[in-house]
Design a protein around this ligand. Structure first.
Ligand code: ACO
Length: 316
């Protein structure tokens, strides 16, 4: 059932930041050690290069610090930190604890893991905390997939990479910028994409592709319905950046032209929890979103999860 936010207290973005490791690996670099080519990777995925390095905590601290700086707030006024990651630095404690300390926060902190859909899950959870009375939430999406990638497996090594994006949402009186949202998961499909603890990613690429298009469209339609909007009222779609062809197929079904999508995967690869905030804030930083625009965030991932949200940019 579509979820319409009902709280009299909503939230909006007051700051954001992103972080990518310095080290860049190009498709040509990969083709030196794998039976692949720049041409194959570009044509089949849209990816040209990716950033690799750092830890989930270090990238999160960098993006979180930038978000705090942009918002111009005292870190002690943050009421909770929600970190979306599927690649925590340790099994225990949650990586959010390391990030909380690194940023000098004094607040509750916890991790959310919904694979590549995780940032949208974390963002909606942050809004839930605001509806329950908190004022200011730091939401971060970070993954270091390079640490669980088998670099000798061409099926996965050409796709995955590292990055982070962070946002601060602040309470407003009124419904805020979140117009509608949706969560989905189908655990019966978990063997399509998994990594055992201490192991590397295994993926049934073709089947993930097929399912991904379907669940992205389904989730986006539910969020649109909840928000009372149609797809042609969306000004920008920020999809999970896994494969350009998945995005093209999903947008075609949603009847949204590719000119209305935020795409960065050519430069970043699939950074899981980080793809949506990286693409969203890249678009915002480049003036592609103006006040009042309707922005659709839509992700999918292992599990097989999906999540979407419709945001009215800067709405109080
Ligand atoms: N370089 C060159 N050739 C390759 C490579 C490679 N890196 N990988 C596969 N091939 C070959 C295959 O062996 C196959 O050869 P064959 O025809 O001789 O058998 C041929 O290319 C075609 O392979 P397909 O698997 O059919 O290629 P496809 O077009 O499906 O693309 C890909 C593969 C890119 C993995 C695609 O299926 C995909 O993107 N799937 C979705 C993956 C995804 O989104 N994962 C992230 C989920 S989100 C999360 O939670 C992390």
């Amino acid at each position: 059932m579509p979820i319409v936010p009902t709280s009299a207290i909503g939230a909006k973005f007051i700051g954001w930041g992103t972080s990518l490791p310095e080290k860049i690996i190009t498709n040509d670099d990969l083709s030196k050690t794998l039976d692949t080519s720049d041409e194959w990777i570009r044509e089949r995925t849209g990816i040209e290069r990716r950033h690799v390095g750092g830890t989930t905590a270090s990238l999160s601290i960098e993006s979180g610090r930038k978000a705090i700086q942009m918002a111009g707030i005292d870190p002690l006024t943050i009421d909770a930190l929600v970190l979306s990651t599927t690649t925590p630095d340790r099994t225990v404690p949650a990586t959010s604890a390391t990030v909380q300390h690194g940023l000098g926060l004094r607040c509750g902190a916890f991790d959310v893991n919904a694979a590549c859909s995780g940032f949208v899950y974390a963002l909606v959870v942050g809004h839930g905390l605001v509806a329950m009375g908190m004022r200011r939430i730091l939401v971060i999406g970070t993954d270091t997939l390079s640490r669980i990638t088998d670099w000798s497996d061409r099926n996965t090594a050409v796709l995955f990479a590292d990055g982070s994006g962070a946002a601060i949402i602040d309470a407003v009186s009124g419904p805020g910028h979140l117009l509608g949202w949706d969560f989905d998961a189908d655990g019966s499909l978990e063997d399509l994409l998994y990594a055992e603890i201490g192991g590397t990613l295994h993926m049934e690429g073709k089947e993930v592709f097929r399912r991904a298009v379907r669940i992205m469209v389904d989730s986006a339609e539910k969020s649109l319905k909840a928000s009372g909007l149609t797809s042609n009222e969306i000004d920008l779609v920020v999809p999970h950046q896994a494969n350009l062809r998945i995005i093209e197929a999903a947008c075609k079904r949603l009847d949204i032209p590719m000119s209305k999508t935020a795409i960065i995967l050519q430069d970043t690869g699939n950074t899981s929890s980080a793809t949506i905030p990286l693409a969203l804030f890249d678009a915002a930083d480049h003036g592609r979103i103006k006040s009042g625009d309707n922005v659709l965030l839509v992700g999918f991932g292992a599990g097989m999860t999906a999540a979407s949200a419709v945001i009215k940019w800067n709405q109080s």
